[in-house]
Each structure stands twice: as C-alpha cells, then as structure tokens.
Design a protein. Sequence first.
Length: 501
Amino acid sequence: MRMSQQMKLAPRMIQSMEILQMAALALEERIEQELASNPTLELKEQPEDMAGAMEQVKEERREAKEGEREMVVSDDKSHESSSDDFERLNNISEEYGDSWESNTYETSSYTPPRANTGERDGKMDAMANTAARAQSLSDQLLDQWRMVETPPGIRLAGEYLIGFIDDDGYIRTPMDDIVSQAPRDVSVELIDDALQRLQETLEPVGIGARDVRECLLLQIQSQVIHPGTDEEQILMLQYDLVSNHLKDIEANRLPKIAKALDVEIEDVKAAISSLKQYHIHPGRMLVDSTSQIIQPDAVIEYDEQHDRYYAMLTHGRVPSLAISREYEKMASDKTAEKKTREFVGNNLRSARWLIEAIEQRNNTLMRVINVVIEAQRDFFDIGPQALKPLPMTLVADQLGIHVATVSRAVNEKHLQTPRGIFPLRMFFSGGTETEGGDAMSWTAIQAKLQEIIDEEDKSKPLNDDELVEKLKEKGIEIARRTVAKYRKQLNILPARQRKEY
C-alpha cells in the first residue's frame, strides 16, 4: 500500500476543454449532434438580426413557452473576474455527483408524448439547414462517362481509369502500375483507347492529363483555330511554349525563349500572359476540396466617441440552447417509472453541462480577445507592420488561467477587424527588438519585408542579401536565411523569377 497524489480529468472536464477549442463551425456541428441525440435540449429564440426565415419559428416558440423558465447560454461578463476557467464546471460536477459519468445516451424504449399543436420543430429546422454533402469528383466523372457512347471494353477500361484520377484531375499513377493492376479483361490497348477518349470527352478539358504539360496542351488543342488570324499565331506560340519551354517559363528565362523562337520578347510575354486563361488543376473546378469557409468568432469594432476598440461574439448559425421545461417536470415526477426518470435525468444533466461549457467557452474567449485588443491597439490603428510580440504566458498570467487554456481558446478562432479577418493565434507571435528598442513581432517583420519587395524596381529585383540590408536600414537586423524563410512563407519568388523584362 502507498499514498500518492494524482490529477485526473473527468470525461466531462475533457469535453469542456474540447468545446473551448472548437471553432464556430465545429461547435455548430457539435450542437446539431446534441440536439439530435438529447431530447431535453431545445432551441432558444434566435437574435433579432437572424434570417427572416427564423422569425416565424421564434414567435411560435415564444408563445408556446411563455412563462417558462429557461437555462440559456449568456454573454454576461460578470464571470470575467474568475481566476479559474473551470471552477464553475467543477461546482456543477459536485452538485450533480458521479451520475455525470453514466451513459447519457443509453437506449430506452420510452418515447415521451408530444402534443400535436401544429408547432414547427426547431431541432428539425436547424438540422435541415445543414448543407448537403457535395458529389465527389469521381462520381461526377463517372456520370459524364456513362453518357459517352463507347464499346463495352473501352467503357470498362474508362471506369477503371477514372478511379486513378486525383482531386486535381490528373492521373499521376505511372501507366505501368495501372496496367499491372488492371482486371484480366482490361488490356493495354483498351486502357490506351479509354485514356484518349476520356481526355477528349470529359469536362472540364484537361481532366485525365498525366502532368501539367499535357493538361495545358489538351486545353490549347481544344481551342477553335481560325486560319490566318492573330488567334492562330497566339495558339501556335502557346503550343510551342508549353511543348518545349515550360521549364524556361518557370525560371523566368524570357530572353532565352525569345531567342530560341526568333520572336520579340513582348510576344513571349503576351503569350505567357494568355496562358493564364487555362486551368492547371481542372479537377478543382468540379470539386474544390481546399476551399474553407471562415466564420469569424468575434467582430472588432471601433468606438469613435470613446476612442476605443471593443469585441462582440458572433454566434452566426450556432443556435442558442435551452432546457426543456416539460422534461424537467418529468424528471421530478414521482409517479413516472424509475427507468424513465433516470433516462430523462441523465439527459438533463448532460444538457446543462453542455450549456455551461458553451457559456464558459464564450466567457474565456471574450476575456482573451479583450487582452488582445488592449495589447495590439497599434495593429488596429496602423496595420500588420505594427503588430507587437504577445506571449501566451503573459496573457495567461494576466487572466489568472493556465497557458494551455489560452492556447485552446485561440485554437482555430478568427477575428473580423476593421483591417480584415485574421486568425486569433496570429496576435500571439514572438518577435525581436529594433535598433530603437521597440518590440516588433515576426508578423510585423514579414509585413515590412512585403512592403520592401512591393516597392522594389521590378527590372532589378532585390536578392536576399539586399533585402537584409534594406531591413537593416529600417532598424531590423535579421539573418539572410530568415529573410529567405519569410519570403517563402509569403509565397514571394526569388529575385530571378520576380524580374520583369
């Protein structure tokens, strides 16, 4: 036997930390899941500025629930003085006891009666507003392929090849591997014929290409050519550039291209510029898996009267939650079956915990954002070049919470500011001191580097050594490798490729 101290996190505490670090869209999805699985949760009336489609639901629910007590998520800032973000959650755990650890969603044969009052179901409205799953690229291409009249063997080979087309629209798997993995009744000849037919018929043009060169050539060849016109000359030059000089284009070796083709450099520039009309990722025109919806978690506004910035949480489509009064009555009804009361009681406790966790998330997020507003006032007034270093440990000490709580609070959160939408984590970057003794964050140094490159002479762009000197003139002394790293992070090409002729 031995005595020891251990720190343990209850499952509900872990759930609270997960909710704290959720972005708005992820929290919305979580709430929809809880609404679908927990019958004791209800939707509270939406704010007045929500879409007009919800107005009727609000009015109906208000009249039906008039006079009932609701436990709802609030933005009350009276909790800001708390030194422990999870103190209130611990109090709830003590109040409701170990029954929190029971399986809230255990199956039950009991289905509570619902009066048919003609009232719309708010839960169903919320879930019905969820976007439908988009059709995959492979499914769309198969739908197109089924409309093409082909012999059965080529059709089968085409369906087989479509399985190798990636999200960009390319077949990047080596053809030898494709042939070796093909079914017994799909020959090499059928694969070759099917590939040609796929490239000729599938849209957008370029689908089924094996590299960028072939993708561009397929799109150039699909253009209508009018003999003897300027368009014919441009298409011929485009074809020659892509066929023989793609590497030179990537390296910006325009004089070499002009000399090899015996044309003026201006004609080369015009032809390269016209290549921008083609898509090097045709698959993304059907399914863009990289696009992300950024829903800001808070909006920063400027108060001219008091010369200050203030923040407001944007709940967006995240519904406000309330506890069902009918189920609260049912849980305390001694005449109901014991199994029924236990089922309702477990779900009620889970619902209250979720609401408290969301409220705690909002309060913690607001406290962190208010510190950011105070520390980064120059950013909101001037711009990214005025961003200051702000360690998370400093914010944690100021708020009296753990640094891990700050990290979770800023995770995947975005702020809508007068200068645009920015990740909240961006405001917590490290930095250095200038020669004048002023603190400057790494993000501010990147903004200064971008400013120098924007103002350079494009006919004689600055190399990394010259950029180091330019930054030093502005009181910022960093190494050449750091400049190169920041340039790559900003997607800025080397000097040779930035040169304009």
